[in-house]
Ligand binder design. Structure first.
Ligand code: ADP
Ligand code: MG
Length: 442
């Protein structure tokens, strides 16, 4: 199957050709005719399988030249970095077309964005907060929107965003096409969508929560923060295959402490990103990591969704993600576009139940590695690790995702009903997938 077989225009074919894209990916093949037909679409495909072009190609194919001021296409995504990435993709594909597009996101001067919108625009790519702010100024009018894309839709409908999203949905014209994409989706979200959208056609290339086969997964059981630091430092020092390493922590505070600690040992190699940093600092950190001038990026979940960073060799979950969806998206920053990748997860005793949930959704156990002999097991607990109740609550407050989890007592209640990943449970899960490849370090 080549791009020529899709009913694309010459300018698009030329751009694809020059960019070196030869064959459409499965989600691109399936989504193209359905989106062209005008139907609402929910597209589910694994991380890194080309969902962006799956919606951009038919949208650009249909976009007619216009001198109208108000935008006709609206793409909404959860983070500023993702806005910038998608705008770059539009720029690449539209080299031979006359398309006006604007990136709308917070943390930067609104006046510049206002001016660009005022001058006239075809496609808006936005985060919800700034989109709402700009609409309120009256300069951005959404009455001509014909196509709405919500990329990373399950994240966008999580509690932190839902109000904003539903509020601007109300201001869109009823007659429009809705296109929703993500690697994960759940029934509750489909329920919410069902109310707003018209008989969406679901394209599911692989079932929700299927991890990429290309990503080799492995986990370590590590008792506490200091031992996790020792293990990470050991791996960075002794394993040369860790060339471009994205390290996720559960909170901004932990990202900062880990960054400060790693900086002492690897002074020129580490950068950090989370939502408390300035937009310039965020962009710089991501750029240095992307370009390969820095080896390690310590990050919160703000970079877990959608970002396409070139050739990340390893994703390290310094903290085990609290939901299977977060896990799938985090590890999906590696192994993109058919490349190989390794995902390493550090799991403390308190995090064992997250592991069970992740393995249940993936229907696959994460192969387990014993701690290497050279790793010192620390008995020193951090302040946060000491009084556990207070710690959990504090961490939740500082979290960098937009998904407030259940309150601590609710979580506890819920956990009572399940086996907390004791040895028997773990063995059972391991037995589920006998074909798992075991990860061996040299
Ligand atoms: P997803 O949204 O599914 O996570 P992206 O749209 O970010 O994935 O694409 C992942 C990577 O694959 C990008 O680097 C993109 O340039 C590349 N890509 C997209 N379509 C193709 C294609 N048809 N052939 C080769 N590479 C592609
Ligand atoms: Mg994407």
């Amino acid at each position: 199957m080549s791009f020529e077989k899709l009913n694309l225009s010459k300018p698009l074919l030329n751009a694809l050709n020059e960019l070196g894209y030869i064959e459409p990916t499965p989600i691109q093949v399936e989504a193209f005719p359905i989106i062209m037909s005008g139907r609402d679409v929910i597209g589910i495909a694994q991380t890194g399988t080309g969902k962006t072009f799956a919606y951009l190609l038919p949208i650009l194919r249909q976009l007619k030249y216009s001198e109208k001021r108000h935008p006709r296409v609206l793409v909404v995504v959860p983070t500023r970095e993702l806005v910038l990435q998608i705008v770059r993709e539009i720029e690449k594909l539209s080299t031979y077309m006359s398309v006006r597009f604007v990136a709308i996101y917070g943390g930067t001067n609104m006046a510049t964005q206002k001016q660009l919108v005022y001058d006239g625009v075809d496609i808006i790519v936005a985060t919800p907060g700034r989109l709402v702010d700009l609409s309120l100024t009256g300069i951005l009018r959404l009455k001509d929107i014909k196509q709405l894309v919500i990329d990373e839709v399950d994240q966008m409908l999580s509690l932190g965003f839902r109000q904003q999203l539903l509020s601007f949905l109300e201001s869109l014209p009823n007659k429009r096409q809705n296109l929703l994409f993500s690697a994960t989706m759940n029934e509750e979200i489909e329920g919410v969508i069902g109310k707003y959208f018209y008989e969406p056609h679901k394209i599911e290339v692989t079932p929700h929560g299927t991890p990429l086969e290309k990503i080799i997964q492995v986990c370590y059981h590590v008792p506490n923060f200091n031992t996790k630091v020792n293990l990470l430092e050991y791996l960075l020092k002794n394993d040369e295959s860790l060339v471009k390493v994205l390290v996720f922590t559960g909170t901004k505070k932990l990202a900062d402490s880990l960054f400060d600690t790693l900086k002492m040992r690897f002074p020129e190699e580490v950068v950090v990103i989370h939502s408390n940093l300035s937009q310039t600092a965020r962009i710089n950190a991501l750029k240095q990591f992307h370009e390969g001038t820095k080896r390690v990026l310590v990050a919160t979940d703000i970079v877990a969704r959608g970002l396409d960073i070139t050739d990340v060799t390893h994703v390290v979950n310094f903290d085990t993600p609290e939901t299977p969806e977060d896990y799938i998206h985090r590890i999906g920053r590696t192994g993109r576009a058919n490349k190989d990748g390794v995902a390493i997860t550090f799991i403390s005793e308190a995090e064992l139940d997250y592991q069970v949930e992740i393995e249940t959704v993936m229907n696959k156990a994460i192969p387990y590695e014993p701690l290497p002999e050279g790793v010192v097991i620390s008995k020193v607990l951090t302040d946060d690790e000491l009084p556990k109740m207070v710690d959990k609550i504090k961490q939740k407050k500082g979290k960098d995702t937009y998904v407030p989890g259940p309150a601590f007592h609710e979580k506890k209640e819920k956990n009572k009903k399940v086996n907390l990943g004791g040895p028997a449970q773990k063995e059972k899960l391991k037995g589920k997938d006998a074909k798992i490849r075991t990860y061996r370090r040299n």
